[in-house]
Ligand binder design. Sequence first.
Ligand SMILES: O=C(O)CCC(=O)C(=O)O
Ligand SMILES: [Fe+2]
Length: 374
Amino acid sequence: MKNSREQKQTDDPVRAARVDNLLRPEVLNAFDRTAFEHDGYWVWEGILTDAGRKQFTASLQKLQHMNDCILIDTDWASIDFEGRGLSSPPPEQITPEFLISCCGGSEQMPSFLRSETRTYMHDHGLLGPAPTLVTHGFESLGVMPEYFPAGYDDFIMDVTTAHPQMIGLFRKLFGDRFVLDHCLMLNRAAGSRGRRWHAHQYREGQYEVEDPIGTGKALTPEFLQQQCIRTLCYPEGAEGGEGAELGVIPGSHLYRIPYKWNTERPDEDTDMQVNWLKGKTHAITGKPLEIVHLSLPPGSMVSFVHHMPHHVQHRPPGAPTRWGLLMAYRTPDPAASPAKWTAGIPTHWVERTAAAGKLSDAEHRVFEADNPLN
Ligand SMILES: O=C(O)CCC(=O)C(=O)O
Ligand SMILES: [Fe+2]
């Protein structure tokens, strides 16, 4: 007979989906805080165990398939967008041929699903009454799986909210308290354009001391205390020569410039070398900053301060998909207005789940707002 603790664990689908032996402890324990603060990034090379890697890949493949099926199976023309205060999708974006061309990877959905409809799905959910999103064999959460992978996959929910080894990893980055900023799939299929050089700002940018181009005058040897850190997991790797590798600039986070976060991003390496990088040095060593392209073997993760400019290379035609999950967390902002949940989690989903008593304590901790309402 099971004791009540075991009973509770098996009743909980997120707990049941856990791969206990997810991370290799020796890789986790090798984290060097000084090097991380100095360089602005840390590579967790081959940190996933074989079992962890297998499940991570399977989950991302399943989630991509769910996303593709919703795109193809939904009768977009029948949905009342205008009644919800949204523009209807342009007819050329909802033809079967066009929708099929959007499948197989992330950041390639039709543009009508990437702007105001994405925000609507996040805030309210594109939920019933029908006609709405069509799912076969799984429940629609009113949002696309690419934008809410944890909601559609219990293993990913566990990894991003509760798994003790993952929480251990995030604690090394943040200390005890951190909140979800956002979590997305980043599966880069053959032909993916990647992303040109850019960086990101902390929250809505209210603490930035430099504009998106930056003067470089705010260089400081001190590591930001208010910090958003992206952790990317590549279960099948992102290796040199295959495309979709991440480029970083060690030490550039100390300039704290949210480079081109909201403008066009045309810069390739040579543009950075002749413009942005010119004259920029490491705040501690004084050495000129340089671009580094990471080659990450299967089962690796990389964590980086999201103020650091970074770049993702094109994925050439014919290359296999680079599977990826982005987990971005941040230190809570003590000056944020009290609220219930972070903006990183679909509001309708977290409200419904909490009201049904189905939000675990672990999920509650990661999803709650900077300064939670009592
Ligand atoms: O696709 C990637 O590897 C990273 C994309 C990126 O720019 C980011 O996560 O901020
Ligand atoms: Fe980025």
